[in-house]
Design a protein. Structure first.
Length: 106
């Protein structure tokens, strides 16, 4: 019998559809923030910044504790804006032309 430590993950789904297009970019250490003792680029973050330079939405958490890492970035798809860790600025929304932002319906 295997006995091990159980770890539960708590993630909020910000995708509004299973259909999306993502590309791989490089995440730099200055993009991350401290989460549970690790430097992490959190899923749902605007890549590379929440401004007119925005290219897309980070699809998974990325550990940047050991330097720059590849990161999947959604460049086309349907996203629930209210579930993102930060609200996209109007400039970021305009820059991400192929991402459609939707609201949560009750």
């Amino acid at each position: 019998m295997y006995v091990g430590k159980q770890k539960n993950a708590v993630e909020i789904n910000f995708m509004d559809s299973a259909r999306f297009q993502s590309f791989t970019y490089q995440a730099e250490e200055d993009m991350g923030k401290e989460v549970d003792g690790k430097l992490t680029l959190v899923a749902g973050s605007i890549y590379p910044a929440n401004d007119a330079t925005a290219k897309g939405i980070v699809i998974n958490d990325v550990d940047l504790s050991h330097g720059p890492q590849p990161v999947g970035v959604i460049v086309e798809g349907y996203i629930i804006k209210e579930r993102l860790p930060e609200t996209p600025t109007p400039e970021a929304i305009a820059a991400m032309k192929e991402i459609k932002f939707r609201t949560v319906t009750p």
